[in-house]
Design a protein around this ligand. Structure first.
Ligand SMILES: [Zn+2]
Length: 310
């Protein structure tokens, strides 16, 4: 077994799956306090075959180096641009020519405008541009996301798109209505690395977010994760939107957890209003696995309820 694989297996040990992540929040889509960007350090993890994960503040970043250019998945926050750029330059002196966004949320797209200014094409699903142009609001948390006209994607796609990175294979796909309505995954078959975006997110103390304000849907998340499992084998390194690297077995565990939460809410909501369903605490048996706070559990019930009502 390679040292890398051993390291990955230790990273994704069962206790780590739902416990290890950087930033606890109680409300899924509520704006966290502004991070102290000057104190953030970018950590680089080599995933093999010229593919890397960067962690700083916000969503995980995946970097792939081709023969003549670098491709990056997601950009975290604008104030981290210089640090992220320095980390990428340390990996490779080649120009960063392509950024792919996994979805519109600001902790994944914040640096887009600056990387575009540096010369990168910023590629995303059509609905990323739509949501960043119009702004959004979350009916569960009440959080409002203003338009982000200064950092719109420079290239968008509807169903399928070919991404070229010389010397590498890149597969890009759009799972329908899952974490948001504009999700994109990126798979690098030659390094066996899958960047999932926030469809797979491991948080301390809460469930992942379903952005029901933009027709995100729990059933779409479950279907997308099932697709990710199909894409994977036992050596696949899965870079989630948040949290540590997963392997296929942990992906299955995550899938089953989401499905059991969906089933529990579906059962509880029969003949009940949203508030009555929340009051029935249908996730009580699952909450300890996620170490969920009561508020985060209630929010996730609302997200599932709204998903299943549409
Ligand atoms: Zn997100």
């Amino acid at each position: 077994m390679h040292a890398l694989n051993r390291a990955l297996l230790s990273v994704v040990s069962a206790t780590a799956l739902f416990a290890a992540t950087a930033h606890a929040q109680t409300a899924p889509a509520a704006a966290p306090p502004p991070p102290e960007y000057s104190k953030v350090e970018i950590k680089t993890t080599d995933l093999g075959n010229k593919t890397y994960m960067l962690e700083g503040q916000g969503g995980n970043i995946t970097v792939a180096v081709g023969d003549d250019a670098v491709l990056m998945v997601d950009t975290q926050f604008a104030p981290l641009h210089d640090k992220i750029k320095a980390a990428v330059t340390k990996i490779s002196p080649l120009p960063l020519k392509t950024v792919i966004n996994t979805h519109y949320h600001g902790d994944h797209t914040g640096g887009d405008g600056l990387f575009a200014k540096d010369g990168a094409v910023v590629l995303a699903h059509d609905n990323v541009k739509k949501r960043m142009t119009e702004g959004t609001s979350n009916p569960v948390t009440g959080a409002k996301t203003p338009p982000a006209l200064d950092r719109l994607p420079t290239k968008t796609y509807t169903d399928k798109v070919d991404v070229e990175l010389k010397g590498r294979k890149v597969q890009v796909g759009h799972p329908a209505n899952a974490h948001t309505d504009g999700d994109t995954y990126v798979f690098f078959p030659d390094s066996n690395v899958l960047a999932t975006g926030d469809i797979v997110s491991i948080f301390e103390g809460r469930y992942p977010n379903v952005d029901v304000g933009v027709t995100g849907n729990i059933n779409g998340i479950i279907a997308a994760v099932a697709g990710y499992i199909k894409l994977s084998n036992d050596q696949t390194k899965v870079v989630p939107g948040h949290g540590p690297i997963l392997n296929k077995a942990r992906l299955q565990e995550y899938h089953d957890l989401m499905a059991s939460a969906r089933d529990a809410v579906q059962k509880a909501m029969a003949g009940k209003t949203e508030d009555e369903t929340v009051a029935a605490k249908p996730l009580a048996a699952i909450d300890p696995k996620v170490k969920s706070t009561p508020e985060a559990s209630a929010n996730f019930v609302r997200m599932i309820y709204k998903s299943l009502k549409t």
